[in-house]
Design a protein around this ligand. Structure first.
Ligand code: NAD
Ligand code: MG
Length: 368
């Protein structure tokens, strides 16, 4: 069989690391043709030494972004794993689709910001977008078994609840950056770790599910599941629920994405049921209003999801730089979402403009 040519965008990050691990387990079938990283030159050099024939792009360099987009188009990978964090992942996703590359998509921002546009483009080009976000991967693979119309009555996203699940509102006011970065079940990049603590990650995922699976927002539920073993569930019209379970290890959804449409044996450690307890709780939207804001943004559609993502990214950056408190993240988000974000989400320029405008307003609010 001809080797599959793979691009790994964001190779220096957490998704990048897991992707490289999966690909190295099967070097007979995969060849890395493109690698990108942002500001970690050393780390990228170490990785690129392992794959001397791959094109390597450091996106933080001058014209680095343009070089990445051009390299995606030129290398024409069979599969592109997009593990870039944040809004910076959107244009590379579009470049991959334009290059005729299937997209293993960890970058949820691509769907939140411009999902309809990206999905339409992929359909036109006959490209598969396979979600890597564990919840969406679970639902995507579950849905393959249920293709009859009107069969799905609910998508149930699981959420670990993050490190502050049991804290009171008063306690949340005082949490430190260090406490926020200590996720109980997943080892991930900084941005998504903060988002897990504020539940903005689940907010983004509600929007991602709504757009990706073309489901009304009121059919997308969230349940807290601290063990992160059940990755998500679907409820059918007969009331029966189907779930996907595995160890919390992103190499599972990455494996499933790059072998899609096949289900292939993996050498990852299987889940063991000895001494396994699974718990489920209702999310507390009083404590975690980022969930409600995401639902509202998804309901309004247009550029509201894009604005939600942008303000959150700016607020998280400010929190990481210790300019604001953890509880300022939802406060700033609420204010930014009060602006008018109607507009055309099928037009990339309008989307990028909304992203920019939301960031400008957010930065002003951070200063105050
Ligand atoms: P990370 O911070 O560990 O890595 C991000 C990667 O993107 C790095 O290689 C970094 O150099 C690169 N990058 C950062 N800014 C960039 C920019 N402006 N332009 C180009 N590249 C840039 O993040 P991560 O945890 O691997 O997450 C990556 C994406 O995957 C995010 O969208 C996240 O929501 C999603 N995701 C991650 C996990 C996880 O377990 N880590 C799970 C589900 C979804
Ligand atoms: Mg997820």
């Amino acid at each position: 069989m001809k080797k599959k040519r793979i691009a790994i965008l964001g190779a220096t990050g957490s998704i990048g690391k897991s992707s490289l691990d999966i690909i190295c387990r099967d070097s007979e079938n995969f060849e890395v043709v493109l690698l990108s990283g942002h500001c970690c030159r050393e780390k990228l050099n170490v990785i690129s030494k392992q794959f001397p024939s791959a094109v390597t792009v450091l996106t933080s360099e001058e014209s680095g972004k343009e070089k990445l987009l051009k390299s995606v188009l030129e290398t024409k990978p069979d599969i592109t794993i997009n593990g870039i964090s944040g809004a910076a992942g959107l244009e590379p996703s579009i470049a991959a689709i334009n290059a005729g590359s299937h997209l293993a998509l960890a970058n949820k921002e691509t769907i939140v910001m411009a999902g309809e546009l990206v999905i339409k483009l992929a359909k036109e080009k006959n490209i598969n977008i396979i979600p890597v976000d564990s919840e969406h991967s679970a639902i995507f693979h579950l849905l393959k078994s249920f293709t009859q119309d009107n069969l799905i009555s609910e998508i149930i996203l699981t959420a670990s609840g993050g490190p502050f699940r049991n804290k009171t509102l008063q306690e949340l006011e005082k949490v430190t950056l260090q406490e926020t970065l200590a996720h109980p079940t997943w080892n991930m990049g900084q941005k998504i770790t903060i988002d897990s603590a504020s539940m903005a990650n689940k907010g983004l995922e509600i929007i991602e599910a709504c757009i990706f699976f073309n489901m009304p927002i009121d059919k997308i539920k969230v349940v807290i599941h601290p063990q992160s073993i059940v990755h998500s569930m679907i409820r059918l019209c007969n009331g029966v629920i189907y779930a996907q379970l595995s160890k919390p290890d992103m190499r599972h959804p990455i494996h499933d994405a790059i072998y899609f449409p096949n289900t292939t044996p993996s050498s990852l450690e299987p889940l063991n049921f000895d001494c396994l307890t699974l718990e489920f709780f209702k999310p507390d939207t009083q404590k975690f209003p980022m969930l409600t804001f995401a639902q509202e943004a998804a309901k309004k559609g247009a550029l509201y999801p894009c604005a939600y993502n942008a303000v959150n990214e700016e607020a998280v950056a400010a929190f990481l730089n210790q300019k604001i408190k953890f509880t300022d993240i939802p406060k700033i988000t609420e204010q930014v979402l009060q602006s008018d974000w109607t507009g055309d989400c099928m037009n990339l320029e309008t989307v990028l403009e909304a992203d920019k405008k939301a960031r400008e307003i957010s930065k002003e609010l951070v200063k105050k």
